[in-house]
Design a protein around this ligand. Structure first.
Ligand code: GLU
Length: 417
């Protein structure tokens, strides 16, 4: 239990307690939702390229299974622990529920530094980890996907390992796979696209007339770069972006098409033409209309929240704003699109991928995008209307809907035995 109750997990529990006050739900159901259904800690020993054997710690946590299999990514990141994985699994439950997907939440991770590992080491790590968590996963049980520093290739290794064990190809065991293995068109872009859709909806609601909204994006990975790409396509002015090394800033706007090509070649945003180098901290505090933290959690805290100067904050990353920062930002009338809505595009298209794999029937990309937009817009409307009616912030409204649906499913099923 001690391993589980880390500060991040306690924060997730606290959020659940706060939202429970708004819901007319039996306290026994909330008590059940406060803990993950199943957690597995595994050691993942692999042979490194230098011949030595090294052991990494891996985790897979299933938070809830009331409405279907559990769903959630696997991250490779230094310092991943059980508490963080469990908190993220809980947030996945609320996210899937808010989007009306027939899934509970899960999350996995390995405490490692993928930037310092070779392709071969990462493959051995993935295959051994998959073998260790194998009894827990499956298309009807728990379906992993990419998260921080994992990608299509990681999912292909996972699918191959799982399929080899069973003796036949089982594409539905993971989502975010390459198209050639049963992946879905539009999955890679889905999270960033979803962030952009929620920003457009927020602007429509706020009704401030911007001739060209200014945007700051933290992170230029799968979520940040694609969020920037779609907002740039909409004609927005992207004035700053960053990666793990630094931020770059140009008040007249960055050319995102050229920046994407530059990053593909140089692996960093540093050195891009006509831009000034700034720190990640400075980037978050720039004056802009839209701020999209799309990198890691806990970047806006009680320490810097009063210096944040945006009108809309779209949480592309999972949990970038801490609860104490939330209070400050709400007082400043910053409209926060909570991560369980803003970045739900990824898991939504994962759901489409799983459906296509099961049906062995694949959709065109425009169909995927259209369906994604319908679900995101609908969830946004539900959240916005509830926030207006109850005079609460969008995060609380999103949580009320997300937690409320899961609690109702649990009530209907009852407590076994
Ligand atoms: N890792 C992504 C998330 O946090 C996607 C999960 C999925 O597609 O299952 O939402």
């Amino acid at each position: 239990m001690k391993e589980l109750l880390t500060p991040t997990f306690l924060m997730a529990q606290q959020q659940l307690d706060n939202v429970a006050k708004h819901l007319n739900v039996d306290s026994g159901i909330i008590e059940r939702l406060k803990f993950p259904r199943k957690s597995l800690i595994v050691s993942v020993p692999i042979r490194m390229d230098n011949g030595e054997t090294k052991t990494f710690m891996g985790y897979r946590v299933q938070h809830d299974l009331a409405m279907g299999p559990s769903k959630g990514g696997i991250r490779y990141y230094p310092g991943v622990d059980l508490g963080e994985t469990a908190a993220l699994a809980m947030w996945m439950t609320w996210k899937c529920s808010l989007m009306n997907l027939p899934f509970g939440g899960a999350k996995g991770g390995i405490d490692c530094n993928p930037a310092q590992m070779s392709e071969g080491e990462l493959e051995r790590l993935t295959r051994r980890y998959t073998t260790e968590i194998l009894p827990m996963i499956g298309p009807e049980k728990d379906i992993p996907a990419p998260d921080m520093y994992t990608n299509e290739q990681t999912m292909a290794w996972l699918m191959d390992t799982y399929s080899n064990y069973h003796g036949y190809a089982i594409p539905g065991v993971v989502t975010g796979k390459p198209i050639g293995l049963g992946g879905s068109l539009g999955r890679t872009e889905a999270t960033g696209r979803g962030v952009a859709f929620t920003v457009l909806k927020a602007l429509e609601k706020i009704k401030t007339k911007y001739s060209q909204p200014t945007v700051v994006v933290q992170g230029f990975g799968n979520v940040g770069a694609i969020t920037a790409r779609y907002l740039y396509k909409e004609g927005f002015k992207i004035i700053a972006v960053s990666d793990i090394y630094c931020g770059i800033y140009n008040p007249n706007g960055l050319n995102i098409d050229e920046l994407e090509k530059y990053v593909a070649e140089n692996k960093t945003v540093r050195g891009f033409k006509d831009s000034e180098v700034i720190t990640n901290e400075e980037l978050l505090e720039l004056k802009c209309d839209i701020l999209a933290p799309c990198a890691i959690g806990n970047v806006i805290t009680g320490k810097n929240a009063d210096r944040i100067k945006c009108r809309i904050l779209a949480e592309g990353a999972n949990g970038p704003v801490t609860p104490d920062a939330d209070e400050i930002l709400n007082k400043k009338d910053i409209f926060i699109i909570p991560s369980i809505l803003a970045n739900a595009g990824g898991v939504t298209v994962s759901y489409f991928e799983w459906v296509q794999d099961i049906q062995r029937l694949f959709w065109e990309e425009d169909e995927v995008v259209k369906k994604l937009k319908t679900l995101i817009d609908k969830a946004f409307e539900d959240v916005y209307q509830l926030a207006l009616t109850k005079k609460i912030d969008a995060r609380t409204a999103a949580m009320i809907i997300g937690v409320g649906r899961v609690a109702e499913a649990k009530r209907l099923r009852g407590l076994y035995p």
